[in-house]
Write a protein that binds this ligand. Sequence first.
Ligand SMILES: CC(C)(COP(=O)(O)OP(=O)(O)OC[C@H]1O[C@@H](n2cnc3c(N)ncnc32)[C@H](O)[C@@H]1OP(=O)(O)O)[C@@H](O)C(=O)NCCC(=O)NCCS
Length: 221
Amino acid sequence: MTSDLLAPGGRLSVGWPTLPGAARTPDRHDGVVFAVDLQPGAVLRPLEPWRAEEFLTNLDRCRDYIAPWVGPSFVATDLASARAVLQRYADSQARDTGLILGIWLADRLVGGVMVVAMDAAAGTCEVGCWLEPSATGRGLITQAATRLIDWLVRARGIHRVEWQTLAANEPSIKVAQRLGMTRDGVLREAIPPRPGRSERADLEIWSVLAPEWRLHLPDTI
Ligand SMILES: CC(C)(COP(=O)(O)OP(=O)(O)OC[C@H]1O[C@@H](n2cnc3c(N)ncnc32)[C@H](O)[C@@H]1OP(=O)(O)O)[C@@H](O)C(=O)NCCC(=O)NCCS
């Protein structure tokens, strides 16, 4: 291990997918280097294509819950399409245009956060999330997104982090508010009807800028 990888106090300090404040979890065999503790029993770690089966099982538990709110291409229905979703994120990570991290609660993949798109040169990105119903209401997404945004702003130098949500998605809007984001505006009827719906939907754009983030969270996690 190079000396710049492990900062004083055992905190992992550099290199994707290491996040600020990542702690070593000596009793874990997988993800030991890259796991970040969010809460007791809850960890954040890369969600790579080899975990497609776990991802599909997670989606099976939350497909109906998340389908109205996330892009249809994310909601895989079989192993091949689940692997394709994760491979798309792996490819975007390799191109430095995105990434996906999973949240495990009691060793079960329950959701995650992602960089949907990133333009590092322009200093802009969009982040997103999903969670299965049994894991909601305990702050996991707010905590995971906080880790991710802190890394994007402080380690990657991203200036503008965007959050796009359907206007009717109250839980998602509350996450944006908890992250200290500002509602930039509404793209009226920007989203075509989702399966089972006949009407188009409004899309809200929320964002936090780097100086605002540093005020929201004065110290690196
Ligand atoms: C959006 C979504 C991820 C939000 O899930 P969530 O559990 O409400 O969000 P968090 O993990 O941040 O938890 C916040 C909730 O936990 C509570 N909470 C408990 N401990 C907390 C803590 N330490 N920190 C923050 N919140 C905490 C909060 O009060 C809040 O509950 P409330 O809304 O009843 O007040 C979830 O509803 C979801 O997956 N929806 C479907 C997919 C989706 O909409 N994705 C986003 C597309 S834009």
